[in-house]
Design a protein around this ligand. Structure first.
Ligand SMILES: Nc1ncnc2c1ncn2[C@@H]1O[C@H](COP(=O)(O)OP(=O)(O)OP(=O)(O)O)[C@@H](O)[C@H]1O
Ligand SMILES: [Mg+2]
Length: 278
């Protein structure tokens, strides 16, 4: 059987932390023995409360957090401990969209420069072809072509996130790690960005590792869900299993704490929460 697009096996990430005692080093394990696969074209959601290790997993896949143990194989290549040169071979197929559209775009560059940079690094397009491609990318994410000559500060949060998505798309990736791509946006803009990600998935067959707090998004956007608690996977399943029939007590608490638009359901969840405290 061919290997899946991404295979993470026994991943452990630990960080050095002050031990409080001189000459003693301590380590904090943020991710512990995490294993999962993502198939071509699949959207895997990663949920868990703040500090559970979601971003650390995404960062370990991207080479932005150290892999202390385990393996991260992307397209059959080992990325854990890979050199920068080895990583470059997969760089165009593995892209990222971060939560903060303010921090992730270089404020001193024009949008054209931001979009042509990955094309210059990863394709053989000429400068003129790259500029044309940058405009086509803007159009694909619903931004006017004249955005190209402007700098990031003149755009709203949602527009910046669309530009960040255009940048990720520039090199036709097979996997995009989306780390809370909509949580800094207001509700109506969230929907626009999510619809865009969905359309791009349909058009290109790209896979997503979709890190989010939002179970409503999980329900309508993910193929599969993985629940993380203190760096460990406690449950995984279909969105329906996780959101409607959670088995693990931690997932049950997470689901019960999620805001639900349905007032009757919400009232019954509040009652269940109250009852569980007595
Ligand atoms: N570079 C680092 N050095 C030390 N500790 C770190 C580092 N990066 C993350 N951590 C710790 O690892 C744990 C997991 O952090 P992580 O950012 O992965 O959580 P998260 O699930 O993404 O949370 P959030 O939902 O708030 O974004 C936290 O306790 C965090 O303080
Ligand atoms: Mg995070």
């Amino acid at each position: 059987m061919p290997e899946p697009l991404l295979r993470v096996d026994g991943l452990r990430v630990s960080f050095p932390v002050p031990s409080g005692r001189p000459f003693r080093r301590a380590r904090f394990t943020a991710v512990d023995d995490v294993s999962f696969d993502i198939a071509d074209g699949e959207t895997l959601a990663l949920v868990g409360e703040s500090g559970s290790g979601k971003s650390t997993i995404g960062n370990a896949v991207l080479g932005l957090a150290p892999v202390s143990e385990g393996s991260v194989r992307f397209q059959g290549r080992e990325l854990a401990g890979a050199s920068r040169r080895e990583r470059r071979a997969t760089a165009s197929d593995l892209q990222v969209v971060f939560q903060n559209p303010y921090g992730s775009l270089n404020p001193s560059l024009t949008i054209e420069a931001i979009l042509t940079e990955p094309l210059r690094l990863h394709t053989r397009l000429s400068a003129a072809e790259s500029r044309r491609e940058a405009r086509a990318l803007l159009e694909r994410v619903g931004m006017p072509a004249d955005s190209a000559s402007r700098t990031p500060h003149s755009f709203s949060g949602g527009q910046r996130q669309r530009i960040a998505i255009a940048r990720a798309l520039a090199v036709s990736p097979r996997l995009i790690i989306c780390d809370e791509p909509t949580s800094a946006l207001d509700v109506s803009t969230q929907k626009i960005v999510l619809d865009l990600l969905r359309r791009l998935r349909d058009e290109t067959g790209v896979a997503y590792l979709f890190i989010t707090h939002d179970l409503a998004v999980v329900r309508e956007f993910a193929d599969r869900v993985m629940v993380l608690n203190r760096g460990r996977i406690v449950e995984q399943g279909s969105p329906l299993d996780i959101c409607d029939r959670p088995q693990n007590p931690y997932t049950q608490r997470l689901v019960a704490a999620a805001p639900v638009p349905d007032p009757i359901l919400q009232a019954s969840r509040r009652a269940a929460r109250l009852a569980s405290r007595h």
